[in-house]
Design a protein around this ligand. Sequence first.
Ligand code: NAP
Length: 294
Amino acid sequence: MVTGFLSLFLIDWEANNVAKTILDGNLVSKAIREDLKKRVDLLKEKNVTPCLATILVGDNPSSETYVKMKGNACAKIGMESIRIHLPENTSTEELLEKINELNENPKVHGILLQHPVPAHIDERLAFESISIKKDVDGVTSMGYGQTALGFGKYPACTPAAIMEIIRYYQIPIAGKHAVVVGRSPILGKPVSALLLNDDATVTTCHSKTTNLESILSQADIVVAAVGKPNFILGDWLKEGAVVLDAGYNKGNVGDVDYDSCYEKASAITPVPGGVGPVTISMLLKHTVIAAEEM
Ligand code: NAP
């Protein structure tokens, strides 16, 4: 695998001689997808084509775009995808029935239910009904539990992407203080668990955290998973912190204020082109692993 040393090309020098690394998600993603393409070709020789099924309920335009991007990414590396688009008024029972069909379809290796579903649907029940073997986005409580215990095969894709970026750029984790801002089940909680599993000392912050700025000022690694544009400011960070911005808000804006955080950080993910592309690659990777293991 191409290592993070390629990042040297992306380093520039500030007046104060602090090296800045742009953590380039497209580069990480390219390396993952090149490897996956070879694995898909090998599987096809055995008459297995990895297949991801995506389910979209309703007509949320952003969700439609995400689902399309996932299908297109599958096609580019020779995988199959099945796109299921259910109407807004789908009931929980109808959705569960559809998920069950996919659970039982031997051609389907991974199932992704696009979040959020319309409010009248019991999203948790729907997530829980995905077979653990096909839960390639780590949304079931069993998948989350296995991730937290350190033997999960398919952690949620955005947390997995953040860890992949850290590994690619060979950023040390053990003993570092990682501060995660956000505790959602798909992002903040699982990424906290993954960082802890890799021996970071982890603080998870949320909307009731009272001294966020002071906690962030001690962070060696910052993960932003807040859902608020430009929320984390450079002034709050320790000089040389590594900043991973999972946020994706209207206008292609992350959860960190990029310009001011760039000044303080030693390494930072841009938005777009940071965590986003790697998230899709991790979804492909988990589906390929599921096909290899089936
Ligand atoms: P979410 O479910 O809305 O969770 C947001 C979290 O931020 C919650 O835990 C909330 O705390 C916390 N929070 C809100 N205001 C805060 C404040 N003032 N101080 C500290 N914490 C605060 O969002 P999500 O689904 O985790 O997504 C987070 C971001 O990541 C969004 O920008 C989303 O678009 C993005 N995202 C990106 C990808 C990707 O592939 N790049 C994938 C998924 C999500 P409480 O728990 O107390 O409410």
